[in-house]
Design a protein around this ligand. Structure first.
Ligand code: AMP
Ligand code: ZN
Length: 462
């Protein structure tokens, strides 16, 4: 398996630290609002990476932090006049509900920053003791001049760094042009939550949160750290500095970053206001699996330009797969399994895995999938039940990685159709004929035709 390591700026063969195990840390949400689907591009890609490792036989220990204290969460709580914990809990719940809807496998641990203050204090104390940090006006800063490797991940030109104790930045987020000593502990300010500390009451900076929590759950040195490309600087650069300075050893072997989701060539973000939440899309009747498909289907190192038309096309691609599964389930002919088909399936599975093992080439993998669908569709009439079962097992293997058909098996399609028919009956009872027709049309798009009979509604495949 090989992929692009941001740290070395080249494709690298993956070698795990501990045989058969992958330690994976993914930067989680800052819970001050509902995430937008740009955020979910990163989380869904991380889920793909994790599933590819699982599919290849690795055990994965996955840690995703929850940033429940930082500049943005505090600002939001103050705006609403609500306790911080109440505001963050609301968005944590919403986040987990979205992950379930998008069929993202849960992490092993979701550590919260506010529950790891002692770990952060300990880490800051080590950095002070080793001379990598200093106290000024009740806050603690990391001295980037003291850490010779600073700038390696973000590829900064060290000679031009404006280092030194005279320039220090208090904000959690800043641009590359403003490279400075960054804050580890922020001295108490009125209206902000704070904790007692040997260097003065205050609260942690954002970057120290991830160093302390990744170290606690994955150890000082682990395999893979992920996030969106906007995390490279300053967040991940600063995580490396803090962790390596404190532990005196390499922090992470592979850094994997997902490119942005954009709208009209601008990064989708809360601050620009050009965003959709998952709730916005579901409210428009979109299928969350189509959203997942769309987010996955562009290679992670390319920009993904989001449009509603693109989402519609993703839904159509998905419907092709669902219809295929549906046809296979309807195969009834008895007889032996065709050994030639079995060989085609094996080759297809190998090609699918090989594509994903090559820098997560998802377009290649989807191409392999649709090639086989095409080929099997062409000989559908000649299939036996045993053949169909073999192809369905292949779909299940692919879906264990892609996760676009919902749960690991190909999904109870019949039940789904029956449920939609019941919804249509309900709409008709309420004399909402427009909605009833809409449901009929939606089913038609998936190749399902409804027949109203005196004995109730029957359906058949077109
Ligand atoms: P935040 O809650 O802002 O810390 O972001 C959570 C995750 O979403 C991080 O990994 C970000 O890098 C990622 N992210 C934010 N905006 C986008 C975007 N437009 N496209 C892809 N990933 C994003
Ligand atoms: Zn982080």
């Amino acid at each position: 398996m090989r992929f692009y390591n941001t740290l070395t700026r080249r494709l690298e063969e993956f070698r795990e630290i501990e045989k058969g195990n992958v330690g994976l840390y993914t930067c989680g949400p800052t819970v001050y609002d509902y995430p937008h689907i740009g955020n979910y591009r990163s989380y869904v890609f991380e889920d793909l990476v994790k599933r590819v490792f699982l599919h290849s036989g690795y055990r994965v220990r996955h840690v995703m932090n929850i940033t429940d204290i930082d500049d943005k969460t505090i600002r939001k709580a103050n705006e609403l006049g609500m306790p911080l914990a109440e505001v963050t809990q609301k968005y944590i719940d919403a986040f987990h509900a979205d992950l379930r809807a998008l069929n993202v496998l849960p992490a092993d641990v979701y550590p919260r920053a506010t529950e790891h203050i002692p770990e952060m204090l300990k880490l800051i104390a080590v950095l002070l003791e080793k001379g990598f940090a200093y106290v000024r006006d009740g806050s603690v800063y990391f001295s980037i001049e003291r850490f010779k490797e600073y700038g390696r991940l973000a590829n900064l030109d060290r000679a031009s760094l404006k280092a030194g104790a005279s320039a220090a930045v208090d904000a959690d987020e800043y641009e590359k042009e403003a490279v400075q000593d960054f804050v580890l502990w922020k001295g108490r300010k009125p209206g902000e939550p704070s904790w007692p500390a040997p260097f003065g009451e205050g609260r942690p900076g954002w970057h120290i949160e991830c160093s302390a929590m990744s170290m606690k759950y994955l150890g000082p040195h682990f395999d893979i750290h992920m996030g969106g490309v906007d995390n490279i600087f300053p967040h991940h650069e600063n995580e490396i500095a803090q962790s390596e300075a404190a532990n005196g050893q390499a922090f992470v072997n592979y850094w994997l970053h997902c490119q942005h989701l954009v709208i009209d060539n601008k990064k989708m973000s809360k601050s620009l206001g050009n965003f959709y939440t998952l709730g916005d899309l579901l409210g428009r009747g979109c299928d969350p699996m189509a959203v997942r498909y769309l987010l996955l289907s562009t290679h992670y190192r390319k920009l993904l330009n989001f449009t509603l038309e693109g989402l519609e096309m993703a839904g159509q691609a998905l419907a092709r797969v669902k219809n295929f599964v549906f046809s296979l389930k309807n195969v009834e002919a008895e007889g032996e399994a065709d050994p030639e088909l079995a060989a085609v399936i094996r080759a297809s599975l190998a090609a699918f895995s090989a594509s994903l093992a090559d820098d997560f080439n998802v377009s290649g993998a989807l191409g392999v999938m649709f090639d086989l669908i095409h080929e099997v569709n062409a000989r559908l009439n000649a299939l036996t039940r045993a053949d169909a079962a073999a192809v369905l097992a292949w779909v299940e293997r692919l879906n264990a990685v892609l996760g676009v058909l919902g749960e690991a098996d190909a999904g109870p399609l019949e039940a789904e159709i029956e449920a939609r028919i019941a919804l249509r009956q309900q709409a008709r009872l309420e004399k909402n004929f427009a909605r009833a027709d809409e449901i009929r049309a939606e089913l038609k798009k998936q190749g399902i035709v409804l027949i109203d009979t005196p004995g109730g509604v029957k359906w058949k495949k077109e």
